[in-house]
Ligand binder design. Structure first.
Ligand code: HMG
Ligand code: MG
Length: 328
């Protein structure tokens, strides 16, 4: 892999849509995923095997996975599709579908070396811890320790199925309930636990967008001091305060090469009141291009998708770059 290669994880179809109140038709979700799969993105987060009572919008995630498997993940490009699972029940629901398709899309057939950013086709799972007790209670109805024990089981069972696992840690730079009072050493401790449980990658979520350049830098220093390799770290910024790309630049300086983003800046978290969207994929791709970094993503194609999906949802297009590119 070349040094200037950056991996983008598109989270629009899951993180971007999960908070929408009106039920989005399955066909719209599938069209979104299929269009994104043709833009050069490495990974698309496509759904979530959580309780439909907790997040109703994700209730048809099994139909999405079923569709992708049935189509034999037909994208001409090597894409990985990620699905969230909060517990073994969620993983079992996903695994039942994967088994029907003989595991043809597990990453075991296409193992990635640690730190290898080359896209591998397949399905991967994602677990999601949080850095504060109050957010963990609101999001998962349990304490941090219990959540980590549950995730250990999800991670180990996923690995046994040949699935790659990413592990989120939410509210790493600010919590809707505990404010700026998030201890970066606690984040590093949780990350270490998840890596020891077998997670392939830690995605650090600035769920509230409260992260600033110096605090992002401090967090990444704490991660490094705890012995966590930058190859194992992804950053997941929200642009609530307009700091996402500044924090991205800081993360690049620290060696991070994997970033999450959402087409059209879609998003928000159901358990984070007032949180706006994830950083827009259009903005991320443009920014990386200005730095001479290679995302492999077609900016014009992503901008078109951002305009289309925000129109479908009846929302404003939150991507400044998307609007500029389209002259809108
Ligand atoms: P609970 O109520 O404590 O669960 O919720 P429970 O084990 O007591 O079960 C209650 C009911 O849910 C039972 O059904 C279970 O079968 C069912 P009933 O007997 O009442 O009919 N259930 C499930 N159904 C389907 N799939 C499952 C599942 N598990 C239990 N996996 C639970 C605990 C973890 C289930 C719940 O809190 C939950 O689903 N939470 C998910 C919340 C969520 O999805 N949040 C958004 C993702 S995090 C995020 O967006 C941030 C991130 O993007 C990063 C960032 O932006 O910074 C990652
Ligand atoms: Mg997010």
């Amino acid at each position: 892999a070349r040094d200037n290669r950056v991996k983008l994880v598109e989270v629009g179809p899951r993180d971007g849509l999960q908070n929408e109140k009106k039920t989005i038709p399955l066909a719209t979700k599938i069209e979104l995923i299929e269009r994104l799969a043709r833009t050069g993105l490495d990974t698309i987060e496509a759904g979530s095997f959580v309780s439909p009572k907790w997040v109703p919008q994700m209730a048809n995630s099994s139909e999405i996975l079923e569709h992708l498997l049935h189509q034999k993940i037909h994208s001409p490009l090597p894409i990985s599709y990620a699905f969230l699972a909060p517990n073994t029940k969620g993983l079992q629901n996903a695994a039942a579908l994967l088994k029907q398709h003989q595991g043809a899309f597990t990453t075991q057939a296409n193992p990635a070396a640690p730190g290898d950013k080359t896209p591998k086709p397949g399905v991967e799972m994602a677990v999601f811890a949080a850095a504060t007790e109050s957010f963990t209670q609101k999001n998962l109805n349990c304490d941090i320790q219990t959540s980590l024990e549950r995730f250990k089981a999800v991670i180990q069972d996923s690995k046994a199925l040949g699935l790659r696992v990413r592990a989120y840690i939410s509210v790493v730079l600010g919590c809707p309930f505990e404010g700026f009072d998030v201890d970066p050493r606690k984040v590093a401790e949780i990350a270490t636990d998840l890596l020891e449980s077998g997670a392939d990658e830690i995605s650090l979520g600035d769920t509230t967008g409260m992260g600033t350049a110096p605090r992002t830098s401090n967090l990444l220093k704490c991660m490094a001091a705890a012995g966590i390799r930058t190859e194992d770290v992804a950053m997941h910024f929200h642009d609530t305060y307009g700091q996402a790309l500044v924090n991205t630049a800081v993360s690049l300086e620290h060696g991070v090469r994997t970033f999450d983003s959402s087409v059209g800046g879609l998003g928000g978290c159901p358990y984070s009141p007032g949180a706006t969207g994830n950083v827009a994929t259009e903005n991320m791709v443009y920014f990386m291009e200005t730095l001479g970094m290679d995302t492999g993503v077609d900016l014009d194609a992503v901008a078109d998708i951002g305009a289309w999906i925000t129109g479908e949802l009846g929302k404003a297009n939150d991507s400044s770059v998307g609007k500029a590119v389209l002259g809108a």
